[in-house]
Design a protein around this ligand. Structure first.
Ligand code: IMP
Length: 198
């Protein structure tokens, strides 16, 4: 099997781009769609798997390069899996995660006034590798945890300030980059496709 030498990272989210680049070997040349004026396709799928495939095939065809895409999100049990595949859309057009996090607290409070012990959740990530000839491979990873009653930490992106992974007391937002990216859903998804790079 030929090892991958250059790749387009199928996301325009800078937080994700940084984390995915960090997972990949240094000698792999990485392209960021935004730098080539390529917008993200509409995510019309009904699952992380479908949306991850849509993005990977789209970016691969646009650049005629192998693409590694990521579709991910936060599933909260009390909210029956919401925001799930709509995690990005909850932040609105301006990607305002203060707003998305407020929405989560409002919804959880409306279902249960004291949800401190009913706060289980998970982050999910589906990564798809798509080759210009149509070959593709998907890896899925999750990390289980809890929703913090308070927003904590300045690190990371998106919902990181309210997610406490099981076995830890800090939110992802309080954790150092290296620790988060060695235990999270993206890392666990990457383990399943790592063989194409090393
Ligand atoms: P999409 O995969 O581009 O549809 O966006 C996924 C959304 O889920 C992101 O915009 C984030 O809000 C959220 N998300 C996914 N992974 C993470 C993470 O590692 N930390 C915090 N939020 C995340």
């Amino acid at each position: 099997m030929n090892k991958i030498e250059e790749i387009i990272i199928g996301t325009n989210n800078e937080g994700k781009y940084k984390e995915i680049c960090d997972l990949l070997p240094k000698n792999v040349k990485k392209y960021f769609p935004k730098e080539y004026g390529i917008l993200t396709p509409e995510e019309t799928g009904k699952s992380f798997e479908e949306n991850s495939f849509i993005k990977a095939s789209y970016f691969s065809k646009k650049m005629n390069l192998i693409c590694l895409s990521d579709d991910s999100g936060l599933e909260i049990d009390l909210l029956k899996g919401e925001p799930g595949i709509y995690s990005s859309r909850w932040s609105g057009e301006k990607n305002n995660f203060d707003l998305a996090i407020k929405k989560i607290f409002v919804k959880m409070n409306s279902i249960k006034t004291n949800w401190r012990n009913d706060n289980t959740a998970r982050f999910v990530c589906c990564m798809t590798l798509f080759w210009p000839d149509g070959k593709n491979h998907l890896g899925k990873g999750t990390v289980k945890g809890k929703i913090s009653t308070l927003k904590k930490g300045e690190n990371g992106f998106g919902y990181d300030p309210i997610f406490i992974p099981n076995g830890y007391s800090q939110t992802f937002g309080e954790m150092k980059f290296k620790l988060k990216t060695s235990i999270d859903h993206r890392y666990n998804a990457f383990l399943k496709i790592k063989k194409f790079f090393t």
